[in-house]
Write a protein that binds this ligand. Structure first.
Ligand code: LMR
Length: 327
């Protein structure tokens, strides 16, 4: 017994004397889309910049295609620091910061420039501050693109959506948007959309072209309407537990790399939108429909009726601020 006690004491002394091998700082970046998308590419570029500039002191592990966490499931691991970074789409913040649903409002943005003005202006800053009160640190806004409607029939007039089951992300705004045209929205994680469409669990969905093509939704949707009715973008976030432990130099390094990755990814988003539209057409599996101005206005008139329902949840000031940035 005595011998054992001595052994334990010696072991403790030995352990204390052993220098702690400082490994690299590991930053796990979880996302749900394919690598060949604006988010996928921006994440890879961010990794490259951070690893090069930190000379290996920071190791960025990127997990695409929901390979680490699925959709909303990433929020808790992110807040508790099992994951250090994610770029969830705005809708995925609904539970923690419902104001972020601002970006889900249909027909809110005239174009990408308008969206960027909102993100880099007062409204965008307010959203970042808000997310900051939830244990997260917002590092940037990344683009995907305008969403297009798809189904197994042409959706040209809002009446065509009546009774159609649409897969949506978990956002009350998206739910109301589809109720406004008499459709049946159903929340599903992104990783389940293909099989849900294939098996008829849902009939339709809304996606930017990069997601529509890279997840092969064109194989299971016969019609795509270029509706540009809403925007899909991301808020890149880390958590305060991880962030507050970083040195000032590493914080600056990560911020600079993030700014550069944002410019890189957002540039790609515009180009990919064109390229993937071409690829969808070339697939020969999905007919692409363009709306007449009258048809587009009919969708707009129906869907925009939901705004007042969200004055309290999102904040009338944020909604009006976002609209004003486009004038
Ligand atoms: C979705 O669930 O449709 C999107 O959030 C996927 C994405 O682009 O992150």
């Amino acid at each position: 017994m005595r011998k054992f006690g001595l052994f334990v004491a010696m072991l403790l002394v030995a352990l204390m004397a052993t220098p702690v091998l400082a490994g690299p700082i590991v930053l796990k970046f979880s996302h749900v889309v394919a690598v060949d998308t604006p988010k996928g590419q921006a994440a890879e570029y961010f990794k490259k910049l951070v690893e090069e500039r930190s000379h290996g002191e920071i190791k960025v592990e990127v997990y695409p295609n929901s390979s680490l966490f699925n959709d909303n499931d990433v929020m808790v691991p992110l807040m508790t620091n099992s994951v250090q970074m994610a770029a969830p789409s705005f809708s995925k913040f609904t539970k923690f910061a419902p104001q972020v649903q601002l970006f889900d409002l249909p027909f809110l943005f005239n174009d990408v420039d308008h969206l960027h003005k909102v993100c880099t202006g007062e409204v965008g800053q307010k959203i970042l501050d808000l997310v900051g009160t939830k244990g997260l640190v917002g590092l940037g806004y990344w683009d995907s693109g305008f969403k297009q409607l798809s189904a197994n029939k042409p959706l040209l007039n809002p009446e065509d959506a009546a009774g159609v089951k649409f897969r949506i992300m978990s956002s009350k705004v998206l739910e109301e948007q589809f109720h406004a045209v008499g459709a049946n929205p159903q929340v599903l994680p992104f990783s389940e959309v293909y099989s849900a469409l294939q098996q008829g669990v849902v009939d339709a969905c809304e996606n930017p072209l990069s997601n529509f093509y890279t997840k092969k939704f064109y194989e299971v949707q016969k019609d795509l309407t270029m509706s540009n009715h809403g925007y899909l973008g991301y808020l890149v976030v880390t958590n305060k537990i991880f962030w507050n432990k970083l040195s000032d130099a590493n914080k600056a390094l990560i911020k600079t790399a993030m700014d550069e990755a944002t410019v890189y990814g957002n540039g790609l988003a515009l180009k990919m939108d064109e390229d993937y539209l071409q690829k969808v057409k070339e697939s020969g599996k999905t007919a692409v429909h363009t709306l007449t101005p009258e048809q587009r206005k009919a969708w707009q008139d129906k869907m925009m009726t939901i705004y007042p329902k969200f004055y309290d949840v999102i904040g009338k000031d944020l909604i009006e601020g976002a609209i004003a940035a486009g004038k």
